[in-house]
Design a protein around this ligand. Structure first.
Ligand code: ADP
Ligand code: ZN
Length: 749
């Protein structure tokens, strides 16, 4: 049976000539034409079908006859294949159709990011989401009128009584309850006294109960919650930026918007930047609503993925929390989208279809006529500029909830208070950690760098250990006895002698990673119970949740971590945070380096003092007067962001202008170079548009491919997609060269 529901307004008649457009999950420019055989005459847009392609059979989605995109986004028309040459659709799959909103969203994302729409569709149809579910179990129920002449033993009697008394039971269960063997049940079935029925599986996701455990809200919190509930009640598109310091109750408040959405019978989607956070989040959700939300991320097992995909499509999954890919789920009654930690760059997908999930969430919400709420303690300049331009509403939570106050942030001038030779923690910092632990409180050290040391150098000849495939140093991971490349995954054993000058024991680690800080901490605080949290040492959300549990149970005195500790964790006994290298993110010439450093470090700082005891944050820095350090100390982010805005406005840098990057890569340096130069020669020349480059990328070689970058910068009122499309159409890449497009780039490597 095809699924069909009333909220699908798009039951277009099948064209008279029987042609349909089918989008395949392949990198074609658009959907392909097929014929509908008479037995499939009722196939409609959205239906999931099997079609022949060459000698293979492919799964695709019947696409809309006409695009609903704005003209500047509409891809060029494809040439028509004569009807006589078309192949017929093979079959329709027993799956809910892809809602019209989602098809339109796929088209939009493809057009905006200049990606083949089939590759965007592939994200919506993750292959294993479509595989058939195991057949439902079957059970037994008595027939309405028992056959005449049925021989009734006491055992048969018990079976029939139990079978008649409730929902159908499986053979095993029925036999167990009646205290008989399976043969008795088979006998009754053969005699025609029991009939087999399918046992419907219970709905995979219980309904969240908005009244389960609502918080008591007062003041600011109550006002903001009322506002958000009103946005949900409007049942229309709106964008709200919810800003409030860490611990002010943002999560608590947006749960109220979710409650309103569930009360209204619609579905809510919550996007988190990091799936490691989901365990703590779902626990909190369950306490508030008495039921678990549905989860969606790339590590989901295939059965759960199938069940969840269907539950989202049929509406039984009311609330979904997930990573950016959850945007492509087949919601049909979407009533709210929340983007938590909206400033996080992890929302940008960097490979395959490069899209920014925060921005695409806004598009998805618009198509679903639903409100979207962007949540952050340190909103992106993009979102603040949209507030300034009147495009987004702005709601603010003033202070931390309850008696918790903001931590006191100080810089430690590393020039004045240097660590001992060969160490990385200054005496002031180690003293403060000792004091905190001595008081029975917890401390945390943060360094956003995995491994032992970022560089290994030969003291004799100066040789630096480099990745053979990338323009990058190899990072020492001492516990694993390897040097490894964080870009391509290459690794090798740590050599005993310098590969260049062959000197023995001359290789020296330069600079710290968390492993090295841990070594130092173990020596400095021999009695402290230390826990290391890094993305490569914690294996998935469950392990992360277990680590967080240990911290909450006070089994740990000192936490040492990479950016995974920065996230929204609530550590009530943590009072001291030490930032090992506050300057780390400032280098590299990235447009958003300062903004990002403030966001990241404020988030780390926000882990301190979330309960009664006040928190303290110490920033080790060689540039304590830098505006970033000053902003962190004063907590005045509004002024900091205004300065950022002043720096970007005159040059039309985002968000006051648009950027699109082209990355040319090839194994052969010449192919990359020639293609990049051809792009440079054919660069668009027009008012308000400027092309920078080509120039070798900072990662000039990555995974063995030589790379060049070009950057197009345009005034905000210029749509870059048609310009880019035209530009690309004029350049044919050299053999072996590839051109990747990155609209609104976040990374400039
Ligand atoms: P944020 O998301 O802004 O960091 P949270 O929503 O996590 O803030 O709130 C911080 C802490 O305060 C959490 O432990 C939360 O449960 C608690 N909290 C916030 N508001 C309330 C409230 N109104 N009632 C009870 N607890 C609250
Ligand atoms: Zn590499």
């Amino acid at each position: 049976m095809p699924h069909r529901n009333a909220s699908q307004p798009d039951l277009l008649p099948t064209p008279a000539d029987g042609r349909v457009r089918v989008m395949l999950t392949l990198p074609f420019a658009g959907p392909l034409d097929y014929l509908l055989p008479p037995r499939l005459a009722d196939v409609r847009p959205g239906d999931i079908v099997s079609v022949p392609l060459g000698r293979r059979t492919e799964t695709g989605v019947v696409w809309d006859a006409t695009s609903r995109l704005p003209p500047e986004f509409t891809p060029p028309p494809q040439k028509d294949v004569p009807t006589a040459r078309l192949k017929p659709v093979a079959s329709r799959l027993d799956l809910p159709p892809l809602p019209a909103q989602l098809r339109q969203f796929v088209d939009w994302v493809a057009a905006y990011t200049l990606s083949p729409p089939g590759m965007v569709l592939a994200m919506a149809l993750r292959a294993n989401a479509l595989a058939p579910l195991p057949r439902p179990a079957s059970g037994w129920e008595p027939v309405p009128t028992p056959p005449t002449g049925l021989r009734l033993t006491p055992a048969r009697h018990r079976v029939l009584d139990i079978a008649a008394s409730g929902a159908p039971l499986t053979t095993t269960e029925l036999a167990r309850r009646a205290g008989v063997g399976a043969a008795v049940i088979r006998g009754l079935a053969q005699a025609g006294a029991l009939q087999a029925v399918e046992i419907a599986p219970p709905p995979p996701f219980a309904s969240p109960d908005p009244a389960h455990c609502p918080p008591v809200l007062e003041g600011d919190q109550a006002t903001v919650a009322t506002e958000l509930r009103a946005r949900v009640a409007e049942n229309g598109f709106s964008i709200t930026l919810l800003e409030g310091v860490t611990g002010s109750g943002k999560t608590e408040i947006y749960m109220e918007a979710i409650a309103a959405c569930v009360e209204a019978g619609r579905q809510a989607l919550v996007l988190l930047p990091e799936i490691a956070l989901s365990a703590q989040w779902t626990g909190r959700f369950a306490r508030r609503f008495g039921a678990e939300p549905a989860l969606w991320h790339s590590d989901l097992g295939s059965r759960l993925r199938r069940v969840t995909w269907r539950a989202v499509a049929d509406g039984t999954a009311r609330v979904v929390v997930g990573a950016r890919s959850a945007l492509f789920l087949p919601f049909d009654q979407l009533g709210l989208i929340i983007v938590d930690e909206e400033h996080e760059t992890a929302f940008k997908q960097e490979d395959g279809v490069t899209y920014h999930a925060r921005d695409m969430a806004v598009v998805r919400a618009r198509m679903s006529r639903a409100p979207v709420v962007l949540v952050s303690a340190t909103p992106s300049l993009e979102s603040l500029a949209n507030v300034g331009a009147g495009r987004y509403r702005h709601l603010k939570l003033g202070a931390r909830h309850g008696n918790a106050s903001m931590p006191d942030v100080e810089t430690l001038d590393m020039r004045a208070d240097p660590p001992e030779r060969g160490l990385f923690l200054s005496p002031t910092l180690t003293g403060a950690i000792n004091d905190a632990i001595g008081r029975g409180e917890q401390a945390m050290l943060f360094l956003n760098r995995r491994g032992y040391a970022p560089l290994t150098l030969c003291r004799t000849c100066g040789h630096r250990m480099q990745c053979p495939n990338c323009t990058a140093w190899l990072v020492e991971h001492r516990a694993r006895h390897i040097l490894t490349c964080h870009h391509c995954g290459y690794d090798e054993p740590i050599p005993q002698t310098c590969p260049k000058c062959a000197d023995a024991d001359s290789l020296t680690p330069i600079g710290p990673g968390v492993e090295r800080i841990t070594e130092e901490a173990r020596a400095t605080f021999p009695d402290a119970r230390i826990l290391v949290m890094a993305s490569d040492t914690l294996n998935g959300p469950a392990a992360t949740a277990a680590a967080v549990e240990r911290i909450a149970r006070r089994e740990i005195d000192l936490v040492i971590g990479t950016q995974i500790v920065a996230k929204g964790w609530h550590f009530p006994h943590l009072t001291l945070v030490g930032i090992v290298d506050a300057d780390l993110g400032l280098g590299g010439g990235d447009l958003r380096a300062s903004e990002r450093t403030v966001q990241l470090l404020h988030q780390v700082a926000g882990r301190a003092g979330r309960a009664e005891a006040p928190g303290r944050v110490l920033l080790q820095s060689y540039v304590p007067d830098h505006p970033v350090m000053q902003a962190l100390v004063s907590g005045d982010f509004a002024s900091f962001m205004e300065q950022e805005a002043e720096q970007r406005r005159p040059g039309f840098w985002p968000p006051y202008g648009r950027l699109a990057a082209l990355i040319v890569s090839a194994e052969a340096p010449d192919a990359a170079d020639l293609t990049a130069r051809a792009l440079g020669q054919n660069a668009p020349r027009m008012d308000g548009v400027q092309v920078l480059g080509p120039a070798p990328a900072p990662l000039a070689i990555l995974r063995g491919r030589h790379r060049f970058r070009l950057l197009l910068r345009a005034r905000r009122n210029i749509a870059v997609q048609p310009i880019m499309r035209e530009w690309l159409s004029r350049v044919k890449p050299e053999r072996g060269a590839r051109i990747d497009v990155d609209i609104d780039p976040v990374s400039f490597l």
